[in-house]
Design a binder for this molecule. Structure first.
Ligand code: ZN
Length: 135
């Protein structure tokens, strides 16, 4: 059973992009700013928003290790790391940090997006996750 409404008109563009391996973020046709979280109109100028592909690159802002899963289908992933990432486009996403134990993480480390199948969701639903860019 799917717990996420992938067809909801507000977020369908995000999920369609993720399924195709693209990080799609709303972009304002009026003030040319990126909008996150997803809204029906730009929160700065009220302009129309259109989905636009983001670079998928950013920096780590903060993070926390999850030791107790909030949903049963996430239990096999425990422990895992949730984080706030600031994209190069300037918006901040709450996301997962992939393949990290929590050691070696530091604020402002560069991160890059990839996509993984979503635990507990049927079909080809994919979720953007981020990895630390080493070097
Ligand atoms: Zn705007």
């Amino acid at each position: 059973m799917s717990r996420t409404d992938f067809a909801h008109p507000l977020t369908a563009g995000f999920w369609e992009g993720a399924g195709a391996g693209r990080l799609m973020i709303p972009h304002c046709n009026g003030c040319r700013q990126w909008q996150w979280p997803v809204k029906y109109r730009c929160t700065r100028c009220g302009g129309e928003l259109a989905w636009k592909q983001a670079t998928g690159r950013g920096v780590l802002l903060s993070w926390s290790t999850v030791l107790r899963a909030p949903r049963p289908e996430l239990q096999p992933l425990v422990p895992y790391i949730i984080a706030f990432v600031r994209l190069d486009e300037g918006v901040v996403l709450m996301t997962h940090i992939k393949d990290a134990s929590g050691q070696g993480l530091a604020a402002d480390k560069p991160v890059v997006c990839s996509f993984e199948l979503m635990p507990g969701e049927s079909g080809a639903a994919r979720l953007p996750v981020f990895s630390i860019v080493e070097g």
